[in-house]
Write a protein that binds this ligand. Structure first.
Ligand SMILES: Nc1nc2c(ncn2[C@@H]2O[C@H](COP(=O)(O)OP(=O)(O)O)[C@@H](O)[C@H]2O)c(=O)[nH]1
Ligand SMILES: [Mg+2]
Length: 282
């Protein structure tokens, strides 16, 4: 994992003066968002700070303070109704894998979970979730190929209500944030879920791939316009990707990170923790 701040200290510690342009470029490359970078550097320059350790500790503290405390948590079921979680995002972001990981995490906490395979565009997508479900022994509701995803979610929701399942996690098809009809379909899924419980979906999380850098901010912006996001799940933080986009999304949209994915295995999903994030993931 990238350890951005240690590299920053190493780089600047021996330097007699800080090259602000270069420091700016370093920070921009971490995807934390230009506006915040400018604000932080403006403050440091105003007090003519030259000490690398001081600079790094100021930046760390500012980035940590970007997030609300406490961070919004995964909702829990209310009134004995299943808590419905919808995972959305572009193709390849990690939605299907994250559905399985999240279901597994909840099962480990003793919760009951039903997965809904609402990515009915590709048979392979349903099969992918099916393989996870059978391996991890998680109940799965799957639709027919080409069945309306909203109707799959509806039927899965009905089953979860009937069986008293505590969590329903819906996997959806990857959609380009620029494609209107797919965004419409998302609204339909939401409306359909609300038919059996006005509060459903209780959480709609956008899954973004950390390796796409600042493109994840563009995705978040567009998805948030189409369907209000309750949180962000950042995947693939196990590589050299920097997770700075979490700060950018928090700053611009007020949408907080809830989980991070750090590998392809079922146990590689963890709740987002500010300090761990600042210390290891930037
Ligand atoms: N290294 C790594 N790979 C991941 C992570 N999450 C998902 N993947 C991989 O990313 C690819 C796409 O994931 P998938 O769940 O199919 O994405 P979807 O199209 O959004 O459903 C798969 O090969 C996953 O194994 C992660 O946190 N780390
Ligand atoms: Mg998928």
């Amino acid at each position: 994992m990238a350890n951005f701040f240690n590299k920053l200290i190493d780089k600047w510690l021996g330097e007699p003066t800080i090259d602000w342009d270069e420091l700016e470029a370093d920070l921009i490359s971490a995807d934390v968002g230009a506006a915040r970078v400018m604000r932080m550097l403006g403050e440091l320059q105003a007090r003519d700070e030259q000490d690398a350790c001081e600079i790094v500790s100021y930046i760390k503290q500012q980035l940590a303070a970007a997030f609300p405390s406490p961070l919004p948590a995964l909702p829990s079921p209310q009134d004995n109704r299943p808590c419905v979680i919808l995972l959305i995002g572009v193709n390849g972001a990690g939605k299907t894998t994250t559905c399985a990981k999240l279901a597994h995490l909840l099962q480990k906490r003793g919760e009951t979970v039903l997965l809904a395979a609402a990515d009915t565009f590709r048979a392979a997508a349903v099969e992918q979730l099916e393989r996870w479900a059978s391996r991890l022994q998680i109940p799965l509701y799957k639709g027919q190929v080409n069945q309306d995803p909203a109707s799959v979610c509806y039927e899965a929701h009905a089953r979860a209500l009937r069986e008293g399942t505590r969590y329903l996690i819906c996997d959806t098809a990857g959609r380009l944030h620029t494609r209107h009809n797919l965004m419409e379909e998302l609204s339909k899924i939401r409306r359909t879920l609300a038919k059996q419980d006005a509060h459903a979906p209780h959480a709609c999380y956008l899954v973004v791939d950390a390796t796409t850098g600042s493109n994840a901010l563009l995705q978040a912006r567009e998805f948030h316009k189409a369907a209000p996001l309750d949180g962000l799940i950042i995947t693939k933080l196990d590589g050299s990707a920097k997770g700075g986009v979490a700060v950018a999304v928090q700053d611009e949209l007020g949408v907080s990170p809830v989980f991070i994915g750090t590998g392809e295995g079922e146990n590689q999903l963890s709740p987002f923790k500010v300090q761990t994030y600042i210390d290891t993931l930037l």
